[in-house]
Design a protein around this ligand. Structure first.
Ligand code: HEC
Length: 172
């Protein structure tokens, strides 16, 4: 075998290996750890109980994420994905429901895996995080006073009162 073809052969083997190692390293390095303490607690719970099957770059015993759900540690992506998280509404959030309904972690629930499942404190941490996602929106709504039927009737009554006390014939 000539020198050149041997080099080509070497490159043919090494290059894909190198590329896949770099891509693998990049994908796990991309997972940002939240700085917000509430989000960080949720992150730790998801990392401990879910990332082994649902986070690209952290999968164990599997090549692809279960059910093609591979971003369980990307909290911002989850929070903006209504099919996983309903901000402010833990029990309306699929991700949370899967845990409280005892569907997940799959291996613990269905395969008798000898790893501990989420504790009460773990569940509470997730619940608190999902609730916290809703507070900014709720605050946005409550900042404006709610105008009910009674308020509207009162406004109309007050207006009529003003009009009837205005001198007749004067255009208002
Ligand atoms: C041992 C692997 C494993 C672990 C650990 C695991 N899951 Fe799963 N998960 C699965 C499998 C398998 C499915 C598909 C189940 C099915 O379709 O019946 C799934 C499905 C899901 C789904 C539905 C996804 C969709 O698109 O419908 C959610 C949400 C989910 N898991 C959340 C979690 C959460 C949260 C945790 C951690 C508390 C967790 N999983 C831990 C294997 C796992």
């Amino acid at each position: 075998m000539g020198r050149v073809s041997f080099r080509l052969l070497l490159a043919g083997f090494l290059l894909p290996a190198f590329v896949s190692v770099t891509i693998g390293a990049a994908s796990s390095a991309e997972i940002p750890v939240p700085t917000d303490p509430v989000a960080k607690l949720a992150f730790d719970v998801l990392d401990k109980h879910c990332s082994r099957c649902h986070q690209d770059g952290k999968l164990t015993k599997r090549q692809t994420p279960a059910k093609n759900f591979g971003n369980v540690l990307k909290l911002e992506e989850l929070a903006s994905n209504a099919s996983m998280i309903q901000p402010g509404n833990p029990y309306g959030s699929k991700l949370f429901k899967q845990i409280v309904d005892k569907e997940m972690p799959y291996d613990v629930i269905y395969e008798g895996a000898s790893v501990p499942g989420p504790s009460e404190a773990d569940v509470k941490a997730l619940e608190t995080w999902i609730q916290s996602l809703g507070t900014s929106k709720v605050a946005g709504c409550t900042a404006r006073p709610f105008v009910g039927n009674k308020d509207i009737v009162n406004l109309i009554a007050a207006d009529l009162e003003n009009r009837s006390s205005a001198p007749r014939g004067r255009a208002i």
